[in-house]
Design a protein around this ligand. Structure first.
Ligand code: ADP
Ligand code: MG
Length: 837
């Protein structure tokens, strides 16, 4: 039994938010259940109590998946604490070879462990900031509970934030800072200045506006020796109307509590106030402010966890920053002027100056990018090294591709031609292709994919095209049949709804190689699907698939060429960060004759006109989409349900038209039937949830009305809008919103002005924050690193260059054991599985 693996699994589970992480072979709880289900290791010395505890844990983990979140947190925290205690006992009871009193020797032996190793020699203290006096016995793995001043109760609360060990606390970065260098007395605040005020709470109240049920107001009155000020925060959305939520907010600001407030001074109705102030309860630590320095960290919290507790824990843990091993080569740090890691960790929590804070952030952000780039480049290097060198396109072997160009009903755009050329060059190259094809909605990626498929097929390979939904897979299939039947290339469709007999036949033909091309959904990655010689894999809307799913399809061949496609306009800045191991082709041109979709933000008062527009378009033989955010009246949100809206439109508004309904709860054959009817113009209007977002292609549709547009992300709206304007006539997209929030309107207006998916994605990033933007979570990049992409790409570029240099010289990082250890650990975190199997 490997204690480390156990501890790692526990910390990983905590990191991912107690989701019962799924490994390659088993889940987190199955793994723990099986570990504790066996006897403890024979060389462990356990007393009776601990033996019983061991057994008991075994049975508790078998029930883990049925526990509620807090119970899971509790169990994991308890196990971690207990293990830590047992580990110490083992060490004490073992005749030790280490010199007593040596600091490093009191640390657990942790070969191959992770992100932060343990320095065997104390790193040189950088600047003046690392406190030279390390409290005796402080270690990175030490549970916070054992820190002086943190009791079991507090430890429990910290555990709710995922903070168990000293290391966890060191890596729990502030989400913001309060700048005391801007501190003024209330009386001194002047309009237009950004200030920090510190005062005690006189009163506070939170209530929902009697006039507007989706507006909740929080008022806080604070006073210092010079005066009084009332601060307000506004929350928009029905969920804030709950009294229990409001009461919990009020409880955070009890009368007499010391509060710091930062923001821009402005004139309010009740005199001066701060614009959308940042508020922070200082707890009893008022007099410590000066000691803490001028910039106070503000940590992400959850309910019931006092801010000062987190600050205290971090402060107590901070001396251990000196123990953190800095894995970066010294040369590199010098060359790029990066802070030492221990110093950066210190300064990110309690910065001495703004400048040091900026440097600390730069160092930590650099690390994130650098490790990501290293692992991407390393992966690519290894993959290529393993691959047999086979060219997948031999132009001389047939004229399939040429015949395809002849039957195409249109001329390829220059961008499409360029993309095809790049892909063919990749296919001809003996090394496997790994290319991402990015192109805005409607830019015509499918044709490019088909050209690639045919190139591989004509050279004697099998090819597969995978799409994320049955609707989309069917649509591709339909297109392929239309084109490929003229070329006498057989193609089949494999999805979850393929009848068993048909499915068996397809599987057989794939195995014998009779069938050169298959289109499908996730059904393609089932183990039963086997190819004779899969040479090319195309994955459409690749961001909808997980890393493992993409890999699973890839593994059906021997290092096949891979083309992934996305219309999700990953902002340019993110592409490099996230896809460092891919080559990227962009289709930056739409087919000719397309008019940009005329886009309008509409208010409820405009509804009549909107209905007239729809009527007019239908009268001219066109079709319309009405898109809604939800399918049923749910969670008391007053969103119109698609079902009701469908009924209303059909019966009251457009009795003369045929109105269809599409939503996520339909089975896929029902969905396909509805879309087919719409495609055949048997329906004039399709009421739909966002099911239509992905790839649906009905060129005759010319209007789209999106209800509650403020509920959607900009990129998502752009995708939706891409469903219309696929022909050459003018198309319209109406974004209906009743929202009064200025920001919501400003956000939607972006779509009125821009049709550039990449630009829109960047705006989305600005408005919604990087964590929300699709796909980025998978990168494993923390928010602070993603956020920095917005401001500054210098670090990203430096990291990329540095990583490239290193991998070229030393692909396995043999000369840099700390780096390669970190990569292994991060890989494990990203994929989860490896650890538990
Ligand atoms: P997407 O990139 O969003 O997947 P599609 O491949 O579905 O776009 O293409 C959108 C529409 O444009 C389809 O109806 C397709 O047949 C058509 N199309 C693609 N390329 C061209 C072209 N070069 N000229 C005219 N129409 C084209
Ligand atoms: Mg597409």
């Amino acid at each position: 039994m490997d204690l480390q693996r156990l501890q790692r699994a526990l910390s990983l589970e905590a990191e991912v938010g107690f989701t019962d992480l799924r490994g390659r072979e088993q889940t987190f709880s199955q793994f723990l259940g099986s570990v504790f289900g066996q006897d403890p290791p024979s060389d462990w010395v356990l007393n009776g109590d601990d033996r019983r505890r061991w057994k008991e844990l075994g049975s508790r983990y078998t029930l883990y998946s049925e526990l509620e979140l807090p119970e899971r947190q509790h169990l994991v925290a308890e196990t971690r604490r207990w293990l830590e205690r047992v580990r110490r006992q083992q060490e004490l009871s073992r005749p030790s070879s280490h010199q007593p009193g040596s600091f490093a020797a009191s640390l657990p032996q942790r070969s191959g462990f992770p992100a932060v190793g343990v320095a065997t020699t104390p790193p040189e203290a950088g600047r003046s900031t690392i406190s030279p006096s390390l409290p005796a016995g402080l270690s990175l793995e030490q549970p916070l509970q054992f820190l002086k001043g943190i009791g079991p109760k507090s430890a429990e609360k910290l555990a709710q934030l995922g903070l168990h060990s000293v290391r966890d606390a060191l890596y729990y970065f502030p989400r913001d800072y309060l700048d005391y260098s801007r501190r003024v007395l209330i009386r001194q605040a002047k309009v237009g200045e950004t200030v920090t005020l510190v005062g005690t709470v006189k009163s506070c109240s939170c209530f929902t506006s009697p006039k507007n049920p989706s507006l909740t107001i929080f008022n806080l009155k604070i006073a210092d020796k010079s005066g009084v000020i009332t601060l307000s925060r506004f929350y928009s959305g029905r969920q804030f109307a709950q009294r229990s939520w409001q009461a919990s907010l009020e409880r955070q600001y009890p009368k007499g509590a010391l509060v710091a407030a930062s923001g821009l001074v402005k004139k309010g109705r009740l005199g001066l106030t701060l614009d959308n102030p940042q508020l922070e309860v200082l707890g009893g630590e008022g007099e410590e402010l000066d000691r803490l320095g001028k910039i106070l960290p503000v940590y992400p919290l959850s309910e019931g966890i006092p801010a000062d507790l987190v600050r205290k824990a971090v402060q107590l843990a901070l001396p251990a920053a000196a123990l953190v091993e800095d894995p970066l080569p010294a040369d590199l740090k010098r060359q790029l002027q990066l802070l030492d890691l221990p110093v950066a960790l210190q300064q990110i929590h309690f910065p001495e100056t703004r400048e040091l804070l900026a440097q600390a952030r730069r160092r930590l952000v650099f690390d994130e990018f650098f490790y990501l780039q290293l692992s991407l480049l390393q992966r690519r290097h290894r993959y290529r090294a393993q691959a047999q060198a086979i060219p997948r396109y031999q132009p001389a072997r047939g004229e399939l591709l040429d015949r395809f160009y002849q039957i195409l009903p249109f001329q390829l755009t220059a961008a499409q031609q360029r993309a095809i050329d790049e892909i063919l060059a990749d296919l001809r190259d003996p090394l496997p292709m790994n290319r991402l094809l990015q192109g805005d909605v409607g830019s015509g990626k499918t044709v490019v994919a088909v050209a690639a498929l045919l190139a591989a097929i004509q050279s004697g390979w099998q090819a597969a095209l995978m799409a994320p939904t049955e609707v989309l897979a069917e649509q591709h299939y339909r297109k392929l049949v239309e084109w490929l039947s003229q070329l006498q290339v057989p193609v089949e469709l494999l999805t979850g709804s393929t009848p068993p007999a048909k499915r068996r036949e397809i599987l057989r033909q794939l195995q014998t190689g009779e069938l050169p091309l298959v289109v499908g959904t996730h059904a393609l990655i089932q183990p039963a699907v086997q190819f004779r010689n899969l040479g090319l894999v195309v994955i459409d809307e690749q961001h909808r698939f997980g890393v493992e799913q993409r890999a699973a399809l890839q593994q059906k061949g021997d290092h096949p060429d891979v083309l992934t496609m996305t219309a999700t306009p990953i902002p340019r800045t993110l592409t490099l960060a996230l896809h460092g191991d891919l080559d990227v082709t962009q289709i930056d041109e739409l087919p000719p004759g397309r008019k940009p979709v005329h886009t309008l933000v509409a208010r409820p008062g405009d509804r009549l006109q909107v209905m007239r527009l729809i009527e007019r378009e239908i009268a001219q033989g066109r079709q319309a989409y009405v898109v809604l955010p939800l399918i049923e009246e749910s969670e008391k949100l007053d969103l119109k349900s698609a079902i009701e809206e469908h009924q209303r439109l059909q019966e009251k508004v457009f009795p003369q038209f045929r109105v269809g309904l599409l939503h996520g709860r339909l089975t896929s054959s029902e969905k396909e039937a509805v879309i087919a009817a719409f495609r055949r113009r048997e329906l004039d209007i399709l009421v739909s949830t966002t099911v239509v977002e992905v790839g649906v292609d009905v060129p005759n549709a010319s209007v789209m009305l999106v209800e509650h547009a403020e509920r959607f992300g900009l990129s998502q709206l752009h995708q939706l809008r891409g469903r219309v304007g696929r022909g050459s006539d003018q198309a319209y997209c109406i974004l209906m919103t009743g929202s009064k929030s200025e920001e919501a309107l400003r956000r939607l207006k972006v779509l009125e002005q821009s049709h550039d998916g990449f630009f829109i994605a960047e705006m989305d990033l600005r408005f919604r924050g990087p964590g929300e933007v699709m796909g980025t979570r998978q990168s494993g990049l923390p928010d602070f690193a993603l956020a920095s992409l917005m401001e500054d790409q210098e670090v990203l570029q430096l990291a990329r260059q540095a990583a490239e240099q290193l991998i070229v010289q030393d692909p396995d990082l043999k000369r840099w054991p700390p780096l390669s250890r970190i990569l292994e650990e991060r890989q494990a975190r990203l994929l989860g599985p490896g650890l538990l199997t």
